[in-house]
Design a binder for this molecule. Sequence first.
Ligand code: PLP
Length: 413
Amino acid sequence: MKHQNPVETLANTRHEFGEHGGVNMSVEASTTFTVMHPDIMPEIFGGKKGPDHGGCYLYGRHFNPTVYNLGKQLAALEGTEAAYCTASGMSAISATLMQLCDTGDHIVSSNAVYGGTYALMHDLLPGKTGINTTLVDITDLAVVEAAITERTRVIYTESMANPTLRIADIPALSKIAKRHGLQLVVDNTFTPLILSPKKLGADIVVHSMTKFISGASDYIAGAVCADTAFIEQLMDLHTGMLMIFGPTMDPQVAFNISLRIPHLPIRMTEHGQRTRIFAERLHAMGMAVNYPGLPNHPDHELMSEIHCPEYGYGGILTLDMGTEERANELLELLQNEHNFGFVAVSLGYFDTLMSCSGSSTSSEMTDEDKTAAHISPGLIRLSIGYTGTTEQRWAQLLGALEQVGQSPAQRIA
Ligand code: PLP
């Protein structure tokens, strides 16, 4: 498969200069915009006249120039016609699903998704809206297709699943979606630049920009990347989910995130290289490590075929310590004795973040659903940072592992 590095599209995107020719765009701090000729107000409200077609900006919840410009960067990153930035990843996901489905409609979703997304589909949507979801093993294409009903509108998956790190076969899912007239929605939070879901056949790509795209764990932010028609639906002043629920991104946040997009490729490369080194060494020690870059990962071949090779296999690995107690023992040592990283949910930070998924970011799931998705109680998710040197961090990791009785000598013997 021929891969185009998304940085080429990003580099060709029109640069937004600041108001006075500054190399950085300006922050537009107005919540409302002057309509110079009142007679065009109805056309602006009807979505017929925007800033790009003979009209002007209207109101900050609709869209703001700074937020709009970040959206253009996201569209370039994902290779979509348009994108809209939101106040969080969850608002991007919930608005997308609510826009696509009406009462009585149905979603076929991966059973391994972020806990908040699970709670939305498993609990909130059925109760509040009558939109139901069947959770399936997204890597079993026959099961995915068999779950489709007359009322199915959406196939939903994460490109790399949180926290199982299974890889969705987006080209194959896209064929199924097209055959049944469904929208394929892919959450690409774990793999910006590494996987390009739209180019692989997805219809809509959602992001929690809170993670790798921001990279500093300082902002909660999200995005929906799709064709112009869908983004316009979301933004419709009278009916759009984003307009009516109003999860608006602050322009200052958009400005700050936009300054991090240019070095996202460097960060993703470094996250990926360090994670691969640790995964290989942990594997050599005989640890229960899971990483798509390892040849023993069930989706290694698939990912090798569909990823952009410049960015490797991602910045996250999981380690199964068998029980929650042993996982917590290791986490305690890694953070409080060896300074390896922080016990904190989230990911994509410059330092290492670690958490036991079953009791944190997947805690919304029933025990039965956790078992079905292979989320065991001792599973630790590690988002590998790039501060310090690789060898310094490895020595810290090894030190903690030795203390819990997992020294290389013991494991290899
Ligand atoms: N999607 C994935 C894969 C996530 O891991 C998360 C959060 O952890 C979200 C979406 C939700 O994002 P946010 O916290 O920005 O709402």
